[in-house]
Design a protein. Structure first.
Length: 326
């Protein structure tokens, strides 16, 4: 793993506290695209470019929202290589689905951070929302990027999808907060823990939360009830990776997601929504985690399964109060 210090790249370990707990550094670029034509970053078709990894659950959120809203023509995309080694995310193109750097033909994602801030210190993460006009990073926080798409880009959307409806703002933010630490970050807190105590704390919190949301989804089609929202996108990208990666690689092996009937049906329903499966690349996902994390998987042998069939039946109308699946 690596990090930037005063604009220079150096290899470094993931940050942990003194008791072996994984600690995620906050993102740094926190500006926003708005629908204000006089703002620093006004919404405009073709102006913004999204850098992603198909493997990364945080970047995957932005791809799903982009697809559901029909923003593919308005926001272009570059896809990094799934291997994240000593040089961090690279733009190598020797893996199917990678694109190289579509703007500057750079070799590494860290060069974008240096371009945006020659003295940057911090992690080099994706997603990156890049402004081609000012040639800088607008934002590298996935939650804020998908909120920008929902709030600033509807005028450029080719669908009527609204993932942040006004009547549900508070409820959506509540669920995004509720799933973040125990689930979205909980799998990493489990997998990157370096003491037994830190690992067991994280994995117990993770499965306690999964059981709570299993019960919740037994009575609700989606997190916010009948509305499919940003919160569901944020949960889905972790659930999709759970059985192929987190269960074994990160030792989150108390139960598979498919053993939670409501969580599993929920995952399948979202996966089968038009446009979602086309953003899901299990080959990138497994290749990234098993090959990149040498301290966890020293052999770098990548499992060949499981594979998710986009036509796997699900039953989201089975329980009382459920509406029929789309």
């Amino acid at each position: 793993m690596g990090t930037m210090v005063d604009g220079k790249w150096r290899t470094d370990a993931w940050i942990r506290d003194n008791e072996g707990r994984f600690e995620r550094e906050p993102t740094t670029f926190r500006d926003a695209v708005t629908d204000d034509p006089g703002g620093d970053f006004p919404v405009a078709a073709g102006r913004y470019h999204l850098y992603v990894s198909y493997a990364c659950p945080w970047a995957h959120r932005t791809l799903i929202v982009r697809a559901l809203m029909g923003l593919q023509d308005a926001i272009s995309v570059s896809v990094v290589h799934p291997h994240m080694l000593e040089d961090g995310w690279s733009f190598d193109t020797d893996f199917p689905g990678t694109t190289g750097d579509g703007l500057y033909d750079l070799r590494f994602a860290r060069e974008l951070y240096q371009k945006a801030d020659p003295n940057y210190s911090g992690r080099v993460t994706v997603p990156i929302l890049w402004d081609t006009e000012t040639q800088t990073i607008v934002n590298n926080e996935s939650r804020e990027i998908i909120r920008m798409f929902s709030s600033a880009f509807p005028s450029l959307a080719t669908t009527t999808t609204d993932l942040f409806p006004e009547a549900a703002h508070d409820k959506i933010d509540h669920f995004i907060d509720a799933i973040y630490e125990p689930i979205n970050n909980g799998v990493y807190r489990s997998g990157f823990a370096t003491t037994q105590q830190a690992y067991e704390e994280a994995v117990d919190e993770l499965f306690s939360a999964l059981r709570r949301f299993e019960d919740h989804l037994g009575e609700n089609r989606f997190l916010a009830g009948e509305l499919f929202t940003e919160a569901d996108v944020c949960l889905f990208t972790t659930l999709l990776r759970f059985d192929p990666v987190y269960y074994g690689h990160f030792k989150c092996n108390i139960q598979h997601v498919y053993e939670f009937p409501h969580l599993w049906n929920y995952t399948l329903e979202i996966y089968q929504m038009p446009g979602v499966a086309d953003t899901c690349f299990l080959d990138h996902i497994q290749e990234h985690y098993y090959y990149s994390h040498e301290t966890i998987n020293p052999t770098r042998v990548v499992p060949v399964g499981p594979r998710l069939n986009r036509n796997t039946p699900h039953d989201r109308a089975r329980l009382p109060g459920r509406i029929a699946s789309r």
